[in-house]
Design a protein around this ligand. Structure first.
Ligand code: EPZ
Length: 418
């Protein structure tokens, strides 16, 4: 099992260009399957999740070439409509291929993606949106067999929860449907806007992206285009917290501060000086952080659930007690027992964690439970006294490009072992 070995106590300082967004590039790569021709996607981070997505595209018959952070996908002759179980299981968000495959092939066979480390993660809203568009969905022992008896027909889709993935699937399946689709209670995340910007560049007719009601007017075909993916707002938050917990001074470039409107004020509440100039966010941290009174995760534009674990690490070393409420996923506190091994003082009850800040954390051997929980343990290791070993880097590699080298460039003492 690969691990990060961190010698804590160094101030994280310097400047870094932040990677492209994992949660934006995954649906956009899936969307290239809808386009007949060669799509060019820039600012695509090198992650295990993007590698898995590229494997799925190749399995569907696309040719895919990566040149640095640019990925060129040619789906001209692609005819696939099945994703084998092993590829589906590599990554939860493989389910977002459903809408793209059905949109192009009018049929799809995928295995249900299954839960992730952070919760059951059902796909009922995804399947509801497919059925609303005229798709027959048969669930058969872990396999989803979908087909469209006639044509995909535009319809009204009203989500009981603004699910990001289900919104993406509804958009992907409706862009070439017959007629107009109205998606009500749609997710408003920046990644939805980026997906719609890409599709509109390809000739789709989508309006309302970023709002709760998205209207999709079906078009006959989509033409290839070139697109640059937005910056990763959660990775940005993670590096800012690395500066915050070590009394550091970090400048992050190529960011979009607007996407962190619910995050930056909390860093200021913790006593950090946060300044924004164009696409650069600079954070200067105090020697000891103030407590953050409450962190409550919500759908965008509320506080992002993906930043909850990194902020929990920050709360562990702040002055005073803070409350964290995780409203989005039912099992997203698995990093907490690991933080307690490092000396953190945290009590949890259901979806609520009460964190009493301590003067110092201490290095320990810990295990990354999931992607953002693993990032939280790395952050804790950066500020802890002594050496921390964060095992199971495979989860962290899903979402953070070149984490150890980037942190070394910011003065951290971190190495990958195994
Ligand atoms: C996306 O996951 C992100 N992943 C997640 O980021 C992120 O945490 C999440 O949105 C919320 O912002 C990608 O974009 C690849 P949801 P997704 O559907 O689409 C329930 C990370 O760390 N739900 O908005 O799976 C679900 O169980 C990852 O980068 C249903 O009940 O999230 C959860 O409680 C983790 N039925 C809530 O909605 C459904 O059909 C939010 O899920 C779908 C979802």
């Amino acid at each position: 099992m690969s691990a990060f070995v961190i010698n804590g106590g160094r101030r994280i300082s310097g400047s870094l260009r932040v990677q492209g967004s994992k949660n934006s590039v995954l649906p956009i790569l899936a969307a290239t399957f809808l386009v007949c021709g060669k799509s060019i996607i820039h600012n695509c981070p090198t992650l295990s999740d993007t590698n898995s997505t590229i494997r799925i595209l190749k399995n569907l018959g696309c040719s895919v070439i990566r040149e640095g952070s640019t990925v060129i996908i040619d789906s001209s002759t692609a005819q696939g409509y099945e994703i084998p179980d092993d590829l589906m299981r590599e990554m939860r968000s493989s389910v977002v291929f459903l809408g793209a495959i059905i949109g192009r092939m009018k049929k799809a066979v995928i295995s249900s993606p299954g839960g992730c480390e952070i919760g059951l993660r059902p796909i009922d809203l995804h399947l509801y949106s497919m059925r609303q568009l005229g798709v027959n969905v048969n669930e058969d022992y872990g396999k989803l067999v979908c087909d469209v008896p006639k044509k995909l027909e535009g319809n009204r889709i009203t989500f009981s929860f603004p699910s990001v993935g289900a919104t993406e699937n509804a958009i992907l399946a409706s862009v070439t449907a017959n007629g107009t689709t109205v998606i009500v209670n749609a997710a408003r995340e920046p990644e939805i806007i980026d997906l719609c910007n890409f599709l509109n560049k390809c000739g789709a007719k989508i309006s309302g992206a970023g709002e709760s009601v998205i209207t999709v007017e079906g078009v006959e075909t989509l033409k290839p285009c070139e697109h640059s993916v937005i910056c990763d707002r959660i990775v940005t938050a993670t590096y800012l917290i690395a500066g915050a917990v070590t009394g550091g001074d970090v400048s992050l470039e190529n960011t979009n501060p607007v996407h962190l409107q619910a995050v930056l004020p909390l860093l200021e509440e913790a006593g950090c000086n946060v300044s924004v100039r164009c696409k650069t966010i600079r954070l200067k941290a105090p020697l000891r952080l103030n407590r953050i009174d409450k962190i409550i995760t919500q759908p965008y534009p509320g506080f992002p659930t993906d930043a909850q674990a990194p902020f929990t690490a920050l709360a562990c070393v702040a002055k005073g007690t803070g409350v964290i409420v995780e409203n989005i996923f039912e099992s997203r506190f698995k990093h907490i027992p690991e933080l307690i091994r490092m000396g953190a003082s945290i009590k949890t009850e259901g979806r609520v964690a009460v964190v009493e800040g301590v003067e110092r954390l201490y290095g320990a051997e810990v295990v990354s439970p999931d992607l953002r929980g693993g990032a939280a343990l790395v952050l804790a290791g950066l500020t802890a006294m002594g050496t921390t070993v964060v095992n199971n880097t495979k989860f962290i590699d899903r979402g953070y490009e070149d984490l150890e080298n980037n942190l070394c460039m910011l003065n951290a003492d971190i190495k990958r072992r195994g």
